[in-house]
Ligand binder design. Sequence first.
Ligand code: KIV
Ligand code: ZN
Length: 512
Amino acid sequence: MKEKVYIFDTTLRDGEQSPGASMNKAEKVRIATQLEKLGVDALEAGFPAASEGDFEAVAEVAQKVVNAEVVALARASVHDIDRAWKAISHAAHPRIHIFLATSDIHMQYKLNMSREEVVKSAVDAIKYAHSLTGNIEFSAEDGSRTDPDFLCRVFEAVIDAGAKTVNLPDTVGYAIPHEFGELVAYVRKNTPNMDKGILSVHCHNDLGLATANTLAAIENGARQAEVTINGIGERAGNTSLEELVMTLNTRPTYLPVTTGIETTRIYRVSRLVSMITGLMVQPNKAVVGANAFAHEAGIHQHGVLQNPMTYEIMKPETIGLTTSRMVMGKHSGKHALHKHLQNIGYDLSEEELKLVFKKFKELADKKKVVLDEDLEALVNEGVLRTADIYSLTYLHVTAGTTVMPTATVKMVINGNETFCTGSGNGPIDAVFNAISDLTGTESQLMRFSVNALTGGTDAQGEVSVRLKESDVIALGRGADPDIITASAYAYINGLNRLEYLKSHPPRKAESV
Ligand code: KIV
Ligand code: ZN
């Protein structure tokens, strides 16, 4: 019988710390619902003490999720623990996650505390949290750079005080797999009461080693892995759920462990996270990148045709990547669309379906074959953005070799329709100028990229933008068969996200 490795997903907390990736309450709930269906054991919904927006989102997720544990992060203080508990106490399975740095460099320069003070503070925090719930995790922040004997001392003390899980983070992504594995083995051997708790790891990807370090930790006895979808997270991100789970799944005899993840849901959750956060997955990303299953070289293609296992170590279907095409024309009905959306993981309400169906009809008029990626984009635009301040209602662009590019844009802004015309050094510049005039916004465009959503010359263009206003950064995304329209959608989506972030400031980096 294989031992279980608990999958603790922190897409909604550490993942949200990717610059510009802040999510609103509805977006977090949507992702949490899919994470639960994916089979994660615990999902960290946020850091309630860090902002009012975080508190509300965690409370909402705690209400909606019934099978997975809902985790709230807190510093080792009564105030933070109270906020965390208030946000999750109504969850079916709540967990408080308390963190405190234990490395000499963090204790001296960040906390200004001695080792004794850190142990006392951690123990006091766990004891206090234990008066509220029996399900507590403690993280020794910067654990991989902590004196191993001190780490064991802290873990022993917090387990005695009531922590059920102790987490060893490689906070700065500094560890090397062999070394990290040895540290995990050392901690297991030298923490006298380790058998009373679960040892967890939480790795960052600064050197591209997060997944390798997590695997080395599991090989040496860690039984909880903290991960994010698409590996998003602070700086270079965290261990990616799909890489870890698919490694365990593809090499079942190498490590004698298993997870509760329903792998066929991986691809759709990856897409959802990418669409909601605006963080595109790089094409060569392991497991979920657009090229992960694409064979370019003739010799590979030949082999794969004879037997897919010649060059394919995983089947695309295992992660839910199907080539199933929804061949629907403008006469196709709402019922068939509803059924297909359910098949690919979207359970829409009657109202939401109505919105998506309208957009589907418009797209089916322009595009012969509507693929799953197209439908996901429609759901994203038709449903996830309904609470937006700005939306586009009309766009007309003139451009070419002999005319000055101009754009006429009509938008609904806070419920009122208004329009204006702008010019620029190209059609997209003209559209963006018109939109910023209409909205009275002055954000800086930091990045602009465009990809084809699927193959074919009639494919939808998927545009992603990164906008900055003062020190607030937001990502925007849009898709349409016309890349100028897609650009307008992306820009407007970015502006909506900026507005949201201005009224719900993201948690400060220094608070985690
Ligand atoms: O990277 C880190 O140390 C963290 C902790 C809060 C677990 O994110
Ligand atoms: Zn982290």
